[in-house]
Design a protein. Structure first.
Length: 274
């Protein structure tokens, strides 16, 4: 009941006069309601690519993000608006905030809908991948959502993954799925980072990744003998890029962050709500 009450208050505030300019008042869909009921610490619909900024539905003014570069309007499977990024300059950025760091509680879930509009990204980094969402820069690494081009030097065609890094960077611990992807197809993406849930199977905690409401991979928070521990950096959180070293050509919408782990049932319910 408490979570439902919080969600109702959030929805009422979104629709109350004076909370947004009439031309920018967000549509509260069944999907938005499902997300808000599960208590995110931040939720950006990415519904206003023609504006210079967009507020989070929760979390206060400190979580208002700004748009940069070239982007355009598009729609999600349910008809809600989202943002298409040009793959060369477009991004959305939110200043560093403790709510956006897995180090704050040791547990973090990052959720979004993403639609690659090409299988060969024009502006890649590393072995041939783009960082389409995340928080981290040199010396301030935290986490990233990554997608590989169809052609890359690691033989990971269109792999979609999520990683947690130590502050200094290097190899990250993460999870992935590697499917045949079609350009223009929407994907529901959920990355879980849980450094508190230690067990015999996952002695250092784990990452999980879901595609379209289904858990696809779970991995320990270690790589090549190095334990990866969440640390709070000062880098902004970005969508469309992470640190301007690569850019995502495609659309993203409904980005939500949680300071807890969403259950498999909650993830499936969110996917169904779309």
């Amino acid at each position: 009941m408490y979570r439902l009450a919080v969600a109702v208050i959030a929805l009422v505030s979104l629709l109350s006069p004076g909370t947004a300019h009439p031309t920018h008042r967000p549509c509260v869909s069944a999907y938005d309601t499902a997300v808000l009921q599960d208590g995110p610490v931040a939720f950006w619909r990415l519904a206003q690519p023609g504006s210079s900024s967009e507020a989070s539905a929760v979390g206060g003014s400190a979580l208002t993000g700004t748009y940069g570069g070239t982007r355009s309007a598009t729609t999600l499977p349910n008809g809600d608006p989202a943002t298409a990024f040009d793959g060369a300059t477009g991004y959305f950025q939110v200043a560093d905030n403790a709510k956006l760091s897995p180090a704050t509680t040791g547990v973090f879930t990052l959720e979004a809908w993403m639609r690659p509009d090409t299988l060969e990204f024009p502006h890649v980094q590393g072995s041939g991948y783009v960082h389409w969402m995340g928080k981290g820069e040199a010396g301030q690494h935290e986490y990233v959502s990554r997608m590989y081009s169809l052609t890359n030097t690691e033989n990971r065609p269109n792999r979609i993954s999520g990683y947690l890094f130590n502050h200094t960077g290097g190899l990250g611990a993460g999870s992935y799925f590697q499917d045949a992807i079609s350009a223009g197809t929407w994907i529901h993406y959920v990355l879980v980072i849980n450094a508190n849930a230690k067990s015999a199977t996952y002695p250092n905690g784990y990452t999980k990744i879901y595609r379209d409401g289904v858990l696809r991979d779970t991995d320990d928070l270690s790589i090549s003998g190095t334990v990866i521990v969440p640390s709070d950096g000062m880098a902004p959180f970005r969508v469309g890029t992470r640190d301007f070293l690569s850019y995502f050509q495609g659309a993203v919408g409904k980005v939500a962050a949680y300071n807890k782990e969403l259950t498999a049932a909650q993830v499936a319910a969110h996917h169904s709500a779309m």
